[in-house]
Design a protein around this ligand. Structure first.
Ligand SMILES: CC(C)(COP(=O)(O)OP(=O)(O)OC[C@H]1O[C@@H](n2cnc3c(N)ncnc32)[C@H](O)[C@@H]1OP(=O)(O)O)[C@@H](O)C(=O)NCCC(=O)NCCS
Length: 435
């Protein structure tokens, strides 16, 4: 049995059945069932109904994810479920470079005719139980609203900036890149883009492995708006592709010199490639504003503009994580400082609940065990909900901030700082692409 055929959660199925609803896996080999599910998902996110071409493209190109629907026998459109989710397992890079198998959840929608009756709760709880049963230490998602997922133990673990740059203020102070930037068709770029994203995943905490459809959509190969996008690739001095960018241009009415270049995705396996692509975009003629979305919070380019205020930044949460298996998750990452720390984790769902002792030495390797008796002498100690443990896990949220916010309790002063120093990551965690 493969991952996407794993049985649906019986507890949630039973709960929904009590309201006359049926929770079931959608058979992706049945085109009508798949199309119905895709239309329900589009409706849930307020998109237009998909035309035959759009649906056929997703059906042909999208990976076979575990696809769940909730069906109401009284629906007038029988093939369309009243609620949807999808999930799949993908490796997530954690501090130190290890890749932790993570249960990714997406496409959570409930029809407006069926909202606020506990359907999303049944779906989410079912996903978490399925993930835990499959032995995955983490679950992850990105959110439409930040108010929805904390109750299930998720915490915001990575952040992303929209960076808007007024190009006339820019005087490039970054390095002169020795390679070159060239336009490339998305289909030709895809294999290089997959290789470059893999190279980035090796050093970038918070990065997930993407399938070809998700990455292809980001570079303009698939998707409703692909005609508006341009794609370029940076090759280093040896001719090796090291980065790429995908952007679209919007004119300003009445002034042809003031286009806005909106960068959908810019990724480089080297700092040189990232700088070269930024410089290319900032020097586009007839462009007065470069607006890049999904940028890391430690973006080096803002230090290469010659004017720090040329860039305006707006930050939002990006990857929401949920620790399911504390020892497995904590042992997988490396620690920036030697530490002996007791974590008392509160998890109403039980998956992560308990007292754990984390010990790490100078080599950064962590050893984690459930703590039955007394804590070792000298160990720092904190109590925190699983959502806060999940938020700090990748090193992108400061434990001292959460302590000051009353979300982490120190059993002795200074414990949050010990935690924060140990959990620091080698660079700001970044989910390079929203899913
Ligand atoms: C968000 C959505 C999935 C919620 O579905 P739902 O079936 O109405 O949610 P439930 O009835 O199971 O609600 C469970 C809990 O979440 C709360 N909740 C649900 N949606 C919420 C929202 N948008 N903001 C804050 N709380 C929300 C409910 O009040 C309830 O709270 P409780 O802990 O007191 O029980 C649904 O409104 C939807 O499809 N929205 C549009 C698409 C979307 O944004 N999806 C999320 C993608 S990340």
């Amino acid at each position: 049995m493969s991952f996407h055929d794993a049985p649906i959660d019986p507890t949630s199925a039973e709960r929904l059945a009590q309201s006359g609803l049926e929770l079931r896996l959608v058979d992706l080999d049945d085109p009508a069932a798949h199309y119905g599910w895709l239309q329900a998902e589009r409706r849930g996110f307020h998109m237009t109904a998909g035309n035959d071409g759009q649906l056929a493209e997703v059906r042909a190109a999208a990976p076979r994810r575990r696809t769940v629907g909730v069906f109401d026998p009284e629906s007038l459109i029988e093939a369309e479920p009243v609620a949807t989710t999808q999930s799949w397992a993908a490796p997530l890079t954690v501090p130190g470079g290890a890749q932790v198998p993570t249960w990714c959840i997406s496409s959570v929608t409930v029809a407006p005719t069926h909202r606020r009756r506990g359907i999303a709760r049944a779906l989410l709880e079912g996903e978490l139980r399925a993930a835990a049963a499959a032995g995955l230490p983490l679950a992850a998602l990105t959110v439409s609203e930040t108010t929805i997922y904390g109750r299930y133990g998720f915490g915001a673990a990575t952040f992303a900036d929209v960076i808007e740059i007024e190009t006339k203020r820019v005087r490039w102070t970054g390095p002169d890149a020795p390679g070159r930037v060239r336009f490339v068709e998305p289909s030709r770029l895809l294999p290089d883009a997959l290789r470059i994203t893999d190279a980035v995943r090796a050093f970038q905490p918070g990065a997930l492995r993407y399938d070809e459809h998700l990455l292809g959509t980001a570079i303009g190969l698939y998707g409703d708006d692909r005609e508006k996008l341009r794609t370029v690739r940076y090759d280093d001095a040896n001719g090796v592709p090291q980065g790429f960018a995908c952007y679209g241009l919007t004119p300003t009415e009445g002034d042809f010199t003031k286009h806005t270049a909106t960068v959908r995705y810019l990724l480089g396996a080297t700092d040189e490639a990232v700088a070269a692509l930024w410089r290319f975009l900032l020097e586009l003629d007839l462009v007065s504003t470069v607006r890049a979305t999904e940028r890391p919070v430690d973006e080096p380019a803002v230090w290469q503009l010659g004017d720090l205020r040329a860039a305006r930044r707006r930050r939002s949460d990006r990857l929401w994580l949920r620790v399911l298996d504390v020892p497995a998750a904590l042992a997988a990452r490396r620690y920036a400082a030697p530490v002996s720390l007791v974590l008392e984790v509160d998890d109403p769902y039980g998956f992560a609940a308990g007292r754990f002792l984390l010990e790490a030495g100078a080599d950064g390797a962590g050893h984690v065990a459930r703590l039955e008796g007394e804590a070792p002498e000298g160990a720092a100690s904190v109590a925190l909900p699983v959502s806060e443990l999940s938020a700090i896990y990748l090193g992108g949220v400061a434990a001292t901030t959460l302590a000051r916010a009353g979300r982490v309790t120190e059993h002795a002063p200074g414990a949050a700082l010990v935690l924060e120093r140990a959990f620091a990551a080698e660079r700001a965690p970044w989910l390079t692409l929203e899913f």
